[in-house]
Design a protein around this ligand. Structure first.
Ligand SMILES: *[C@@H]1O[C@H](CO)[C@@H](O)[C@H](O)[C@H]1NC(C)=O
Ligand SMILES: *[C@@H]1O[C@H](CO)[C@@H](O)[C@H](O)[C@H]1NC(C)=O
Ligand SMILES: *[C@@H]1O[C@H](CO)[C@@H](O)[C@H](O)[C@H]1NC(C)=O
Ligand SMILES: *[C@@H]1O[C@H](CO)[C@@H](O)[C@H](O)[C@H]1NC(C)=O
Length: 247
């Protein structure tokens, strides 16, 4: 089992007493995440991976030209698989009511088990950033969740939260007709970070809403018995002593 899983499942936090402050050590879980996990040991994860489909996120209406510089994501990452999700931009063509994929706008979300998030929520930098124009829509393409390394999650029926999206066949690149099947009860855990104020969320979805739910898609599990775990990527970044553990 790889590092991400272990980070999420182990409730360990270090305190740097030498400087008299609580300080996060490199790649350790954030204390707030440990506290959440510790309080929710028996409760299962909420949310589900997106099914194999293209989801067009009508939720985010771009109202001027800008670039998407990163994505805030609620995802899980699993070893032993090979497919990856991507994001794309769809644009209305001419006077029609249909949207087509903007050539060159696709960005694969390259995450593997060496990528960890100390907060449980991932922010994926888009390099280069994805340009958007007024009227464009962002879409997420998730290959079969059974074979995907990284899986974007959604949560059904979050009280007080609506999120507009529609679902289309995997591989759809053109002719997206938004009149079909608007889904509003599934919070898709994706937020596009832009370099300006060009994203208008119909239902007032904010980065903090995606962050608030993004880490809840992971589950706590019991350590396998008679094992000792080592975390080669978790390093103490300063000299001090450990004075307390949070479990
Ligand atoms: C994911 O991990 C790989 C390997 O360590 C690293 O090269 C890459 O930059 C990481 N990706 C992100 C988005 O941090
Ligand atoms: C979609 O809806 C709009 C307005 O509601 C209508 O003008 C258009 O013809 C519809 N398009 C299709 C393909 O059904
Ligand atoms: C775009 O929408 C955002 C959020 O509603 C708003 O703050 C901004 O002023 C809008 N920009 C334009 C050009 O309408
Ligand atoms: C930590 O302690 C070691 C050994 O005493 C010393 O070489 C190193 O410079 C110290 N590092 C810091 C950041 O104080």
């Amino acid at each position: 089992m790889k590092l991400l899983a272990m980070l999420c499942f182990s409730c360990l936090y270090c305190v740097n007493a030498a400087q008299g402050l609580e300080q996060e050590c490199t790649r350790f879980m954030s204390q707030s995440l440990v506290r959440y996990r510790a309080k929710n040991l028996k409760s299962s994860a909420i949310g589900s991976p997106l099914t194999e489909a293209v989801r067009v996120l009508q939720e985010y209406q771009f109202n001027c030209s800008s670039t998407i510089t990163s994505l805030i994501l609620g995802i899980d990452i699993r070893a032993g698989h090979r497919l990856l999700p991507s994001v794309q931009v769809f644009r209305k063509i001419g006077g029609s009511s249909q949207y087509d994929l903007v050539i060159g706008s696709e960005r694969v979300i390259y995450y593997g088990t060496s990528n960890v998030s100390t907060s449980g929520v991932f922010e994926y930098p888009l390099n280069p950033p994805v340009p958007v124009m007024s009227g464009d829509l962002l879409a997420v393409s998730q290959p079969s969740p059974a074979f995907s390394i990284a899986r974007v999650h959604y949560i059904d029926n979050v009280p007080g939260v609506r999120f507009s999206s529609s679902q289309h066949a995997f591989g759809t690149r053109s002719g997206v007709n938004l009149n079909n099947s608007l889904i509003t009860n599934q919070l898709i855990l994706v937020y596009p970070v832009t370099d300006g104020y060009c994203v208008n969320s119909i239902n007032s979805i904010t980065p903090s809403i995606v962050r608030e739910y993004g880490f809840k898609v992971h589950q706590s599990q019991i350590f396998s018995s008679r094992r000792q775990y080592l975390y080669p990527d978790m390093l103490f970044s300063c000299n001090g002593s450990v004075t307390k553990f949070t479990f």
